[in-house]
Write a protein that binds this ligand. Structure first.
Ligand code: NCD
Length: 375
């Protein structure tokens, strides 16, 4: 039995945050992309736009593109940067929790960018931040600024975000970029999804539910060869060694998908090949010379859309609600990679999604537990 009880946490709405793209309407994303394109065309107009502002980057996980494109974005806007890219060189190594690190670093800065291995960590961090927080990847959950990068690339290179057949290939289970991108592209009309993975790395059920709720058609495929000819977009992903429970499970999955010039020969002439990068072996280097390979351009667009995002978040007046769920007894999040299972001081709300209660941090289905009878 589940018992809902009153909120024991009082959310003082102080700052806007960017945790999930879907916290904002599609018109807002479109406006952001328009601004990104404007900055791309006229970067010199923005060189003082963030003068005097400080951005902190808290990267608890490795990163090249996300971290450096954010840093470069802020520097190009005339602002300054602080932060760490190895938590072990900060007080995290002494056992400091996410709340305290956030509280202190956000008091030194005007905007905070966080990447963390736990699902829901950016939302958890935002609860105690004294400035806007941007999610730069929370475990295997979401990566909304990569999605903005992906959307901006499609907008600039294909000229549209609708009426597309989008193939997503590789690690659809742990790939946070895939989850965020599916959520976003399902909001544009007439997109069709071809989900190409092994049965072990199938996309999570909650993403399928989202596609269904938006009335998107989708098929699940195991063969890239079979699917490639019908695609307008091919989103390749890395098999992410660090997300697997064991090395053996990773080894069983690696090297299954490999995009080669031979496969590209069967693709449409205007296919767009995207990859969030880093690439390991899933795209052969020879494909880089094909005009349809857009992944390096994509990484560059990422910097411009992040400039647009930093500017927008610093100027935003609306402060949307951060937590929407209810605290309940009789429910437990069983995801070992959810922030709420590690940071025990956090309020733990749950939401009703398609008839099931899910954890508000990681969106995984919660487990119902017997509540001992009151004496
Ligand atoms: C991705 C990530 O970190 O989720 N990379 C990125 O941000 N550009 C994908 C990956 O690491 O494979």
């Amino acid at each position: 039995m589940i018992r809902v009880f009153e909120r024991t946490f009082c959310m003082e709405k102080k700052y806007p945050h960017f945790i999930d793209l879907n916290d904002y309407p599609v018109e807002w994303w479109n406006k952001l992309m328009k601004l990104g394109a404007e900055i791309y065309a006229h970067p010199q107009r923005y060189v003082q736009a963030c003068a005097g502002k400080i951005m902190a980057t808290l990267f608890y996980e490795p990163s090249t593109r996300t971290q450096m494109s954010f840093q470069s974005a802020m520097i190009r806007l005339g602002g300054s940067i602080i932060g760490f890219d190895n938590p072990m060189s900060s007080s995290v190594s002494k056992g400091e929790n996410l709340k305290d690190t956030t509280k202190v670093v956000s008091s030194y800065s005007d905007i905070l960018i966080i990447r963390h291995p736990m699902a829901g960590a950016a939302k958890a961090s935002a609860l105690s931040a004294d400035c806007p927080v941007i999610n730069a990847g929370d475990g295997g959950h979401l990566h909304p600024t990569q999605t903005l990068t992906d959307l901006m690339t499609l907008r600039m290179e294909k000229g549209r975000l609708d009426h597309l057949t989008i193939g997503l290939c590789g690690d659809l289970l742990y790939g946070r970029t895939v989850h965020s991108l599916c959520k976003a592209l399902s909001c544009y009309p007439n997109n069709r999804f071809v989900l190409i993975s092994t049965p072990e790395l199938r996309i999570p059920e909650y993403i399928i539910k989202i596609l269904e709720q938006h009335g998107c058609s989708y098929t699940e495929e195991t063969s890239l060869d079979h699917a490639i000819g019908e695609l307008d977009v091919l989103y390749m992903t890395r098999i992410q060694r660090e997300r697997f429970p064991s090395e053996a499970e990773y080894l069983a999955q690696k090297d299954i998908y490999r995009l080669t010039p031979e496969k590209m020969a069967h693709a449409k002439a205007d296919l767009a090949v995207l990859h969030p990068l880093p690439r390991v072996d899933e795209i052969e280097a020879a494909v880089d010379d094909d005009d349809r390979a857009l992944y390096f351009k994509q990484a560059k667009y990422g910097m411009y859309i992040r400039m647009a995002l930093i500017l927008t978040m610093l100027e935003m007046k609306d402060v949307p609600e951060l937590l929407h769920g209810e605290q309940c007894t009789g429910l437990r999040c069983v995801n070992p990679k959810c922030v709420a299972t590690h940071e025990h001081y956090l309020p733990h709300p749950f939401l009703m999604e398609s008839g099931h209660m899910v954890c508000e941090y990681c969106e995984e289905r919660a487990l119902e537990e017997e509540i001992p009878a009151e004496r």
